[in-house]
Design a protein around this ligand. Sequence first.
Ligand code: ZN
Length: 147
Amino acid sequence: MNGIEGAQRSASTGRAGRHLLAVIVSSLIGCLGADGTLAHEGIGPATCDHLPTLEAWLTLHAQRWDTALSAEPGYERPAHVDVCRLDGRWPFADNHQSRVYVRRLETTDDQVTLAHEYLHLAFQHFPSGHDERYVETTARRLVADYP
Ligand SMILES: [Zn+2]
């Protein structure tokens, strides 16, 4: 899961495509949850390419969501979340660095994606934070209730 930066570097040199594929496959396997679904938790690169507009949106909405989420067991509002630009792969949350990696915020689906990754952080110490169905359902409800 630490090979992402190296993989990107390899890709940018235009060689070692097979290595890149191996890294991606191993990353995906590493992200597979116990029930075989693709989990969205991983370890991001050392640096964060901040997306300030998305961070502002998330800060505003995290405040709005706070009351609703406080009723959910295991909720711990993160003190701070970095929203970092994702290059390739699937959007994911880095619990250790309190970061989410997403691409854009143009559609409702993008909002659900950002909310989803945020929820992985907010429930990271509770089983529901690792339950993709719970996280996705909650993200959709939050975006619908707090547009
Ligand atoms: Zn997820």
